[in-house]
Design a binder for this molecule. Structure first.
Ligand code: MRU
Length: 363
């Protein structure tokens, strides 16, 4: 794998196919250095996904899709199906919780007869995620503004759900960006998001680049600040949404939802349809990724614990649907708090894409 110093600002998207390779902004280096990781093999992409150089459910789905094209270059499916299938299996297992990875890898693999068809399918996955970001931003901003009586909002969020986690504007952060563009954002309040500081390192970086007002908080300040009235809404992304609406997202999301409900602050999940997994019945069926001790005990290269300290380091948690007021996708709004289910408001039901008329029942 090669790295170069092309400035991230010069790149339109987080993950791109460039001259026979998958290129991605190396998110482990941000905000200090803007480095592009160039992946020329399936192993390169798997390494980037595992070390979170590329991260966020939609972004790893897109990266995985392009990696299938690399697999088809290395193993022509017409003559070496076994080699191709082996790479596909390794790719889809690189991270277990976000459904987007396995789903997009499977989708591109199913469309692959050769490298060209794999690449075309991967481009289609990327294009869908691009369009979805814009739609989620608009639907989410409409919903929050109607809930707030069109008043400008203070919005709390966790982890990084912006263009870095997607390929363009993102999910929850796309809603915040859209509010800002409409002149309706008082401030964003990102949580720092221990252990890997996606909020502190990445969300602040993206908010700064979009010129959006923001103040960072430590994770443990969220509950108290919500109770003290510092935020009008909480918006978060998702890694997998089960059929009953239970939602896996970055560790700390469940605590944030509990705190929001206690404070009477609306809690809204924003995710593309590609994150909805109706094959998974409930949150109890979602595999939660456990990560290494070092992520907790070593902070940006500095050991903060006695050497050898053991940790418990789940990367995600599950927020039960009872704590989620609404789900905003690129195609629909599901008002869980008002008793709607994913099945009631199907994504392919074109009669009322957003269901905004019901949103007063939120909060
Ligand atoms: O471990 P990460 O950084 O990949 O976790 C990412 C999240 O939990 C995001 O909130 C989620 O993927 C939604 S991103 C648009």
């Amino acid at each position: 794998m090669l790295s170069d110093n092309s400035t991230v600002a010069a790149r339109a998207q987080t993950v791109v196919w460039e001259s026979g390779a998958v290129e991605m902004i190396d998110q482990t280096e941000l905000p200090g250095r803007e480095v592009v990781a160039r992946c020329t093999s399936v192993d390169d992409v798997i390494a980037c996904i595992k070390r979170l150089a590329v991260r966020g459910a939609p972004a790893i789905g897109v990266a995985g899709g392009y990696a299938v094209a690399l697999a088809a270059i290395a193993h022509d499916p017409a003559t070496d199906r076994e080699g191709f299938d082996h790479d596909v299996a390794r790719l889809r297992a690189a991270r277990p919780t976000a459904v987007n990875l396995a789903r997009m890898v499977d989708r591109v693999a199913a469309a692959t007869t050769d490298a060209a068809s794999a690449l075309a399918a991967a481009h289609a996955v990327r294009d869908e995620e691009l369009g979805a970001s814009t739609a989620m931003g608009e639907h989410g901003a409409d919903l929050l503004l109607e809930m707030a009586g069109d008043r400008p909002l203070r919005v709390m969020t966790i982890c990084n759900t912006g263009g870095l986690a997607s390929v363009d504007r993102g999910t929850a952060l796309a809603v915040i960006q859209t509010l800002h563009e409409r002149g309706k954002l008082v401030e964003a309040i990102p949580l720092e998001t221990r252990p890997l500081l996606q909020g502190g390192r990445l969300t602040t970086w993206e908010l700064g680049r979009m010129g959006a007002p923001h103040r960072l908080i430590v994770d443990s300040a969220a509950a108290s600040l919500l109770r003290r009235g510092f935020a009008d809404a909480v918006v978060v992304g998702a890694d997998r949404i089960a059929a009953n609406g239970d939602t896996a997202n970055k560790i700390g999301t469940f605590s944030l939802a509990l705190a929001a409900r206690h404070a009477g602050v609306p809690f809204v999940v924003v995710a593309p349809e590609s994150t909805v997994d109706t094959d998974t019945a409930t949150g109890d069926d979602i595999e939660i990724e456990d990560r290494d001790d070092d992520e907790v005990s070593i902070v940006r290269g500095v050991q903060i614990t006695p050497p050898g300290t053991r940790t418990i380091n789940p990367a995600f948690d599950v927020t039960p649907v009872e704590l989620i007021d609404a789900l905003v996708t690129d195609k629909r709004i599901v008002h869980f708090r008002a008793g709607e289910t994913l099945d009631d408001r199907r994504a392919d039901d074109a009669r009322d894409r957003t269901g905004l008329s019901q949103q007063k029942e939120l909060g």
